[in-house]
Design a protein. Sequence first.
Length: 181
Amino acid sequence: MSWKSVNDILGFLEQQARWQEQPLPKVLHFWAEVVGVVAAKHTQPLVIQRDVLRVATSSAAWAQNLAFKRQIILLKLNEKLPTPLVDIRFSTAGWQHPSATPPQPLTGSPQEHPSYLGNLSNVPPDASPTRENPQSAFGLWAEKMQVRSHGLPLCPQCQSPTPPGELQRWQVCAICASKQF
């Protein structure tokens, strides 16, 4: 039986700790330095599996752009890691921007929208969806639109019937208002 010195045992334990050390936290620490601040905002290193770093990107364009620079990024990363990476894979899978807030639920009702016309009781009910030909279907639609828009104020710009809420909000119809933007 051989006896090992305490220094040999401590050295062995130190090496074993380095082998078990997870490189992903180190990658996360200097990721922005390696890829640049702009690219770092559009990427997130996710996991290292079998010495391959998987990185989520905000779009396919970022994934493709960074894939072209993969070798340069890999060289810079391996300079800073104790065990080198074999490859990097970029994909939109798993992307979630850290500063993204969950979408807010929609508030308000359709009645609050400027284009809301209210309950139009004088609009004839829908007839059967099947029509003999496209011309008769269009004719029925045109009649419904004419009845629906009867009595609406006209847009001062294009003279089309416009819901009053749109005129109050933009002084023109929504189509004319969108052309101004």
